[in-house]
Design a protein around this ligand. Structure first.
Ligand code: MN
Length: 196
């Protein structure tokens, strides 16, 4: 994964790399999710960092070494940065090479997507479903609660779907499974694959 570095002990608010995502995620949801929720996590992270002893470390290291409020905000900044970056309104497809890895570890691309959606749908409460690579390069799907990120388990995170209600409630209300299924339409696979 690409490391996110602070400048003078402060993390910058990540820009949205697109104007919208069509019907899959509305501009209203993007406005609240990026402009309000993520902004609050960035502001809180920058308030909590000074004096923590973790200033000037890459964001993933702050997540690995922190706890409490600092961990929650650092984790959510890392999670949301990766989430928003991996989408595009006209996304590029998965490479044959990456598809072969999914076939190797899940049986088929469809079986991977089904398990990923199922783990997202069944995560109780707020959190994230992730595809990561382990130390041997094997691809694994994990459920992470609240602000957790797979880096705390020694995994390299590649793809994530946010299942906090704020990610889908305006567009899909209680239909989390429909939101998860729709997200495949906007995954920009070269971004995901570049994290490997
Ligand atoms: Mn979110």
């Amino acid at each position: 994964m690409k490391e996110i570095m602070p400048i003078n002990g402060q993390f910058a608010m990540p820009a949205l790399p697109y104007e919208g995502l069509g019907e899959v995620i509305s501009k209203e949801t993007l406005g609240f999710h990026h402009g309000k929720h993520l902004k609050a996590y960035v502001d809180n992270l920058n308030k909590l960092l000074p004096g923590s002893g973790l200033e000037n470390l890459p964001l993933s290291e702050v997540v690995r070494r922190s706890e409490g409020g600092l961990f929650n905000n650092a984790g959510q900044v890392l999670n949301h940065t990766m989430y928003f970056e991996q989408f595009a309104p006209a996304p590029q497809p998965m490479s044959e090479k990456f598809a072969a890895l999914l076939v190797r570890d899940f049986g088929s691309v469809e079986a991977f997507k089904k398990e990923f959606e199922q783990k997202g749908a069944t995560l109780f409460g707020s959190g994230w479903v992730w595809l990561s690579a382990d130390k041997e390069g094997k691809l694994v799907i994990t459920q992470q609660k609240n602000a957790e990120n797979p880096v705390t388990q020694g995994l390299n995170p590649l793809l994530t779907f946010d299942v906090w209600e704020h990610a889908y409630y305006l567009d899909y209300q209680n239909r989390r499974a429909d939101y998860l299924t729709a997200l495949w339409q906007i995954v920009d696979w070269p971004v995901v694959e570049s994290r490997l």
